[in-house]
Design a protein around this ligand. Sequence first.
Ligand SMILES: Cc1cc2nc3c(=O)[nH]c(=O)nc-3n(C[C@H](O)[C@H](O)[C@H](O)COP(=O)(O)OP(=O)(O)OC[C@H]3O[C@@H](n4cnc5c(N)ncnc54)[C@H](O)[C@@H]3O)c2cc1C
Length: 426
Amino acid sequence: MQRIIIVGAGFGGLRLAQDLINHPNYEIYLIDKQNYHQFQPLMYQVASARLEPASISFPLRKVFQKAKNVRIRITKVTEIDHKNQFIKTTIGDFSYDHLVMAMGCTTNYFGNQNLKDYAYPMKTIPEAIQLRNRILQTFENALNTTNPKELQSLLNFVIVGGGPTGVELAGALSEMKKNILPKDYPDKDFSKLTIYLLEGSPHTLSPMSKGSQTMSQKYLESLGVIVKTSTFVKDYDGLVVSLNTGEQIDSKNVIWAAGVIGNTIEGFPEDCFTRGNRFVVDQNNKVEALNNVYAIGDIAYMSTEKYPNGHPQVASVALQQGALLSKNFNKLANNKPLKPFKYTDKGSMATIGKRRAVVDLPKFSFQGQMAWFTWMFIHLMLILSIKNKLLVFMNWMISYFNNDSTLRIIMKPVVDKVKNREEKCH
Ligand SMILES: Cc1cc2nc3c(=O)[nH]c(=O)nc-3n(C[C@H](O)[C@H](O)[C@H](O)COP(=O)(O)OP(=O)(O)OC[C@H]3O[C@@H](n4cnc5c(N)ncnc54)[C@H](O)[C@@H]3O)c2cc1C
């Protein structure tokens, strides 16, 4: 058997590994630094305390319980030795016949260390929980703050990035302000809580249709969100956000959803990469500069006639590339010619609060309540496992009728005993 190492069990890596389950020619090593697969599209609902983290995460070992040829290793991959065909990890080295990089992206602060230090990202489940803690703690802190300037700084939430993540989070926060805070804090006036959404381009949801752009901004404004387009953050010192327009906003809560950059490991020659740390791949997702190394999903850059600047960094591209690569590994095992990748764009969507969403399908787009039902249905279909689908559906139904949830838990990290012991022993 030949060994395929897949680095990353996100949308692309997981699909590839699933499609190669019990393949007679391949032994699969699926390596991820986390022991679960995460469903990023609903992460903003974890951050806004509408869903439990476990409803949008799925343990990898459970997925592969019946797979005889899949080995799972939970560790961070740190380096590649492509000449000798092995990778280095925090638990040891692994050799490969074929390597698939499916490591996805991380938050891009565009080199601004202040933003990295002070703004809250939302790219992983732990980050979504951290943001949930921060949002809930802010309400508690506001209770005990009497200085008006300090209070306003706490109550100003600045979301940077008007893509689906920023738009959906802004909608969720404004619904929290309207439906939850008056009930949870009858002794505090939260009317001054202000949600800003900043977007660098002239429109929110800029890759979507004109109708979806216009309606998303309209929906947000009707919920009280202050939308500022063609607006960039120049700096943030942890207290004041400075904008390109010269305006300044006092805020202790800046949420950064404004860009991504590919995760990297050491050892790759420079000519493997293009902008955004993406691997330059051919039509079969093979890294052009190396043999037996492939890249799929967010970190792959495949220039085609239709997508000269690479495919959009969305889940469906990763899923389709993972699915095709598994078929191509099968062809490789049977000495058949490989099939080039062709992306089928099934559309995009975003929701803005209750009963409002925007949906772009390949041939037409629609907005409003029908779009919201479509959004819910598609997301339920995409979540892994029946149990998680039911959990999410139940939570949504309950909060649909009572505009509330019971998930507003501030879960603070505790001291790691293992780390304590190891430090003592050394
Ligand atoms: C908040 C948010 C909302 C989104 N909403 C949507 C949406 O509505 N629709 C949509 O289509 N797309 C959405 N996306 C984008 C979508 O999630 C990505 O396009 C998709 O996850 C890419 O899949 P991937 O397999 O390339 O990488 P990922 O799914 O990001 O998976 C990468 C995996 O690699 C692992 N990893 C990284 N580095 C290492 C390392 N050194 N060692 C070991 N493991 C490593 C990570 O732990 C992770 O499990 C959203 C993204 C975010 C962050």
